[in-house]
Ligand binder design. Structure first.
Ligand SMILES: Nc1ncnc2c1ncn2[C@@H]1O[C@H](COP(=O)(O)OP(=O)(O)OP(=O)(O)O)[C@@H](O)[C@H]1O
Ligand SMILES: [Mg+2]
Length: 370
């Protein structure tokens, strides 16, 4: 439920207009600098997008804008994400507090990228993708990361779904990641033995995210590279990347700018999901990202009285699809109410119910991907 105190959108825009844009001398609203204003409950957030070279100059403006919003009735938390437009080479990034600063690559499109690189001190990067939304990518990404941690690996989870981050809820973790001035990197949060970064830590989870394509891509990219995932002495063994659904800009950027070791495709058994999975596989094949395998989620339901698996959506579709693609079938995850509840409560089954059928399947999957 929303907080009873109602935040007045017009009042926010008026307050932001009292903060002066140093460039034009106008108020921020009149200068067109208030983008993607989202209000939810007692939180208000927007993106302040400025030319890349001006980032430093606008940090004070960002703070003033946050203050102006926070002073309004009903506003419990005000957030301004400072981002830069695509204009010339990205400057050295200096981050402050919780602002996600974004320096889009002006040419961050389809081209193969010679500069593709993996984040520093990360040995392996595996993305979890699907063609269709809601098939359980995040559930699988989160549990896979926890499964790796249980196997003794140094594991990380990058929630690259800048449109609908779910890691904070699924892992029960939230907070403002600290910025390490020496490393010039954000320190990821840790949950269930997994290092985690999510745009949900910086912008309110659940608020509708209004990103333009290139900005979303570079937000995802920066969350990858500007984070201290590991160190010289303690590298990260594996980074799991939870991608947004589909085959859009963010996915392309991630596969092209990041040296992915491969991608795990998630599908549910229904034909319609399999068709989308095929589409996603085709995209990854085009970008020469290896497909490490296919996982079937919500594969069966265990009949409580008999303990028999019921294949309510049909059986074997994803396995057959893996066969068609010539890639391994990585396992079946049951449709399981306890798994769903565990996700909602931030209690990943791999950590809290390691003997459940779902957790065992995740552990096997992690072993297969090790
Ligand atoms: N095997 C399962 N059994 C029961 N519930 C599941 C299972 N897998 C996922 N869910 C539930 O289905 C919903 C969608 O799952 P999830 O958020 O992981 O999908 P997604 O593919 O990441 O979605 P999106 O495309 O929106 O990012 C969640 O409520 C999750 O708890
Ligand atoms: Mg998701």
């Amino acid at each position: 439920m929303d907080a009873p105190a109602h935040i007045d959108r017009a009042a926010i825009l008026a307050a932001l207009d009292q903060v002066t844009d140093p460039k034009t001398g106008k108020g921020l609203t009149a200068a067109g600098l208030v983008r993607g204003l989202t209000i939810r409950g007692d939180r208000a957030a927007f993106m302040l997008e400025v030319p890349a070279p001006e980032i430093a100059r606008y940090q004070g403006v960002r703070d003033a804008a946050e203050k102006a919003m926070a002073a309004l009735p009903g506003v419990g938390k005000a957030q301004v994400v400072l981002t830069s437009e695509a204009s010339g080479p990205a400057p050295g990034v200096t981050r402050v507090r919780r602002g996600a600063q974004v320096n889009p690559d002006p040419k961050g499109q389809m081209a193969p990228s010679p500069e593709a690189m993996r984040p520093a001190h990360v040995k392996k990067v595996i993305a979890v993708a699907s063609g269709k939304g809601g098939v359980g990518k995040s559930t699988i990404a989160v549990n896979l990361a926890v499964a790796f941690a249980r196997l003794g690996k140094a594991a990380g989870l990058l929630d690259a779904d800048v449109y609908g981050p779910s890691a904070p809820t699924m892992l029960g973790v939230d907070g403002d990641p600290e910025f390490d001035k020496v490393l010039q990197k954000l320190i990821p949060l840790t949950a269930w033995g997994v290092k985690v970064m999510s745009i949900g830590f910086m912008v309110d989870e659940g608020a509708p995210m209004i990103w333009r394509g290139p900005m979303a891509s570079s937000a995802a990219r920066q969350m990858t590279h500007d984070v201290a995932w590991g160190s010289e002495d303690a590298p990260l063994d594996v980074l799991i990347v939870d991608l947004p659904p589909g085959t859009g800009d963010v996915q392309l950027t991630m596969v092209q700018k990041l040296k992915l070791d491969g991608v795990v495709i998630v599908s549910t058994p229904q034909e319609i999901a399999l068709i989308d999975a095929r589409r996603a596989s085709a995209m990854f094949a085009k970008t020469t990202t290896p497909i490490l395998g296919v996982v079937e989620n919500m594969a069966y339901y265990t009949e409580p009285s008999s303990g028999e698996p019921l294949y309510i959506f049909g059986r074997g579709g994803a396995r057959a699809e893996a066969g068609r693609l010539g890639v391994p079938f990585l396992g079946e995850i049951p449709l399981d109410q306890a798994l769903r509840e565990a996700c909602d409560q931030g209690q990943p089954v791999c950590a809290t119910a390691p003997d459940s059928a779902a957790a065992r399947a995740f552990i096997e999957m992690a072993k297969a991907l090790s």
